[in-house]
Structures are given as C-alpha cells and as structure tokens.
Write a protein that binds this ligand. Structure first.
Ligand code: PLP
Length: 455
C-alpha cells in the first residue's frame, strides 16, 4: 500500500464562517433582473411575496463580499462538513496522466448531494421570518430531497412539485422526500392554474423544471405564510454553495497545491459557482490565471449554444426577467438521466462571467458522461450522479490533454453527488441502450425567436 495522502479535511474551527458573494468583486456587475409588469429593475421588496426577505436581500446584494453564515446553519453544516477533498490517484493512474486530479466530494451529505448546503440556509431564513410552509420544484429529486430534509430540521411543512417524467422514472426519490415528511405532486398537475393551462394545451406534457417552478411559485403566492425556495439558478443559492470552494481552497493549501483548472457540472450554476467563485476571486483580485470550466449536457446547451438575453426562469412567466444565457423558457430538453441539468437558462452571475470570458463552457454527450462516470467508479470506488459525470468527463478531457503535452496541471472538480439512486440509468448504459440526444440549430433558433416577443 502506498502512504500517499489521499483525503484532506478541515477541523470544525477551520470550516468557513462566511459565504463569498462574488458580485461585490465583479468589475461588470450582472445586469438587474427586471419586473415583468413594470419593466423596472427589481428591488428586494419586489421579491418579498415569493422568497424569505433575507434571501431577497442576498439575491440583489452587489456590495458585501462576505455574508455571515448563521450559527444555526453552521451547526447543521457540521453534521457533514467539511466534505473531503480527495486526490484522485486511482483516476490519474487509470488515465496515465501527469495531471494532479482532485475532487471535492459533496456526495457525503446526508441526502447525497451539494443541494443541502442551500436548502438548510433557505429553510432557516424562512423559519426565522415566521413562515410555516415552504414549496419548491424538483427535477431528478435531489433538490426536493434536500429541501424536504431541511424543512424537517427547521420544523416547516414542505410541498414539492416534481417534474412528471422524474416522478414516474425515479420513484425512490419521491419516497425519500415522503420519508422526510414532504408532500409530493407530479408537475404539470391540475392543482394550479399554470399546470391546468399546460395540460389543456398538451395533455401528455411530461413536465420540466420550468413547469414545476411555475406551479410552486403559484402555490407560494396564493397560500398565506408559504414561501417558495429554489435549488439553483438564483444568486443567493450560489452564494450558499460557495462553502464548497471556500473549504476546497483551505484543503488545497493543506495539499500544498493550487488549481490550474476548476470544473463543475452545470444545471443552473450553483455547484459550479460554489466550487469556482472562491478561486475566481483570486483571478479577479490577485492576478491568478486559473481556468474555470462549466460542463453542460449536449442536449441542453444553454452556455455553449444559447443566447445572452432577458428571459423568464419558468414556463408560465411568473419569475422576473433575468439577463442570462438561455435556450428560451419553452425549450423542452430531452429526457437525459442528468435530470438536474435539464434547465433552459443559466444564473445571472455566471452568464455575465461567461460573457466577460472569465470562465468557459463545454457541452458533453450523454454517452461520454457515462463512460467517464464508469471509469471514475472503477478507479475511485464512488458511483457518481449522472449530473456529476459531466464534470468528470470534462476533467478527463483536460487530463488527457496533459498526457499529450506532458504538463502536470492541477485539476479540481466538484463531485456534486453520488449516483446510488440512479442505477436505472447505469443499467441502461451497461445494457447498451443509452443514447445521445442532438439538439438541432433549428430547435434552438425556434425557441429563441419566441423570446423576441417577451421583451
Ligand atoms: C441539481 C444538481 C446539479 C445541478 O445543479 P447546479 O445548480 O447547476 O449545481 C448537479 N449535480 C447534482 C448531483 C445535482 O443534484
């Protein structure tokens, strides 16, 4: 056995006590979200009917770089944090690369993904404000599971709209949410105006994050003492996820290294921003030259093939208009297994950073992601979530480039979750029936042309 150190942890005292708000350090700030009715830039008060007030303030805060993590949230973080930073010697050997590959293992959270980092914060701020019920949407079920548990921790009732295709294909995720005590409804449903409209026009609609978000927001706005919560896309969600990168920064220092490349898979941008922004601050402030790579599915390529434009975050148009890279809010992504990456748009911070070339994006076909995930599982023992397989695939591409050039680059990627509840997807891959999905230029153009009418 080798005596090489593989895992790096932090002591309880070393766990960060603040989140990092990159908006404060960005030279070009994100453009403001716009109120869909008045067409004026949004103020925090405009969001109060939907979200907990503290979250609204965090959402639009472009001044404070550091936000204190409430003690109640820190206490809960200590149940599973720090998460390990792992040197992936096994993967390096399997690839024969001179690169040093590290991953931050967020799959060790009780619910199996990074999502709990923000769910705990959001549930806490709702509770503090006297809210009794929270509602949300979920795709593959990771966010719904995190939120359901966080609601239980802080004594709130949770109602979750789950994308219908996932509700049917991933029944265990529904059982997990129900085990934590949440009420779960497949979306689109007949329980909201938005859901009824979608089903009237398209009775077989299998749902998307966009339809589920519309339904959850409608429920929050029409129910007293009920707030909506979101698992990605919004700036306050990414803020909470910076605990990942802030820990990783200290752990990399313990390993005596600093990353040349930081990689995250990309749904709405929260785990990518979470691992990347704390390092990006050194590019912005201290002249570091780390590359940041977001890995998205080829079948939902908003960063690589979408347009930068104001668009709604949901299908019904209940959300503010957000300046973002988007495929159009009516874009219906193929039913890939990485359900958490099936979203039409990107968060406003990441969108501005991509526009300003402070980060890059790659899109990866489904089969390549499972090739990568399977190789990783054999080399490191952890079965990755289909979403996380995108980050692994991007890391492998970079490690292979290092093999060609002989460069000993330091690569860090975020393992956003494990795939133990996604074995049906691995089953399909192993039996050879998994396929790639192409998005045609005509498809992208059609959905985007409908946007012109929005603003
Ligand atoms: C939800 C999810 C993602 C994608 O969401 P982001 O907000 O882009 O991070 C990635 N990985 C896992 C495991 C997820 O559950």
């Amino acid at each position: 056995m080798s005596t090489r150190q593989k895992r790096y942890f932090l002591t309880e005292e070393e766990i960060p006590t603040q989140w990092y708000n990159i908006q404060a350090d960005m030279k070009n700030k994100p453009l403001p979200p716009i109120h869909p009715a008045t067409k004026q830039p949004l103020k925090p008060e405009d969001l109060f009917p939907v979200f907990a007030e503290e979250l609204c303030r965090q959402e639009l805060d472009q001044e404070n770089a550091w936000i204190d993590i409430p003690e109640e949230v820190r206490d809960m973080y200590k149940y599973y944090r720090s998460t390990p930073l792992v040197r992936a010697y096994g993967l390096e050997e399997a690839l024969g690369t001179p690169a040093h590959i590290y991953f931050k293992n967020e799959s060790v959270s009780p619910v199996g993904s990074h999502k709990l980092n923000s769910a705990l914060a959001q549930a806490y701020y709702c509770k503090k404000q006297g809210v009794t019920n929270i509602t949300t949407e979920t795709g593959a079920g990771q966010w719904g599971a995190a939120l359901s548990y966080a609601a239980k921790v802080f004594g709130l009732e949770a109602a979750v709209y789950q994308v219908k295709i996932s509700y049917n294909q991933k029944p265990y995720r529904r059982s997990i949410m129900q085990t934590y005590g949440a009420q779960v409804t497949p979306s689109p449903s007949m329980s909201t105006k938005a859901g009824r409209k979608i089903l009237t026009e398209d009775p077989n609609n299998q749902g998307s994050l966009g339809t589920a978000i519309s339904e959850a927001i409608e429920l929050a706005m029409s129910t007293p003492n009920c707030k909506y919560t979101l698992g990605s896309v919004l700036s306050h969600v990414t803020l909470h996820q910076t605990i990942i990168g802030l820990e990783a920064e200290k752990q990399m220092a313990k390993a005596g290294e600093y990353p040349d490349i930081v990689i995250g898979c990309f749904g709405g941008g929260s785990n990518f921003g979470g691992v990347a922004f704390p390092f990006m601050r050194h590019n912005i402030l201290d002249g570091k030259t780390t590359r940041f790579v977001a890995a998205e599915p080829a079948s939902c390529p908003k960063l690589t093939r979408g347009v930068f434009q104001y668009d709604f975050g949901d299908v019904a148009g209940y959300t503010p208009l957000l300046p973002m890279y988007t495929l159009g809010h009516n874009f219906m992504p193929a039913n890939i297994h990485a359900g958490g990456l099936r979203y039409h748009g990107a968060g406003v911070i990441v969108s501005q950073l991509l526009k300003d070339k402070l980060m890059e994006a790659v899109d990866i076909p489904q089969l390549e992601t499972f090739d990568a995930g399977t190789l990783f599982a054999k080399a490191e023992g952890i079965i990755p979530a289909p979403e996380s397989c995108h980050a692994i695939a991007a890391a492998i591409r970079e490690a292979q480039k290092c093999k060609e050039t002989g460069e000993e680059k330091v690569i860090l990627f975020n393992l956003s979750g494990h795939g133990l509840i996604d074995m049906a997807a691995y089953d399909q891959y192993l039996s050879g029936s998994l396929q790639n999905f192409e998005v045609t230029d005509a498809d992208v153009a059609k959905n985007i042309s409908e946007l012109e009418k929005v603003i």
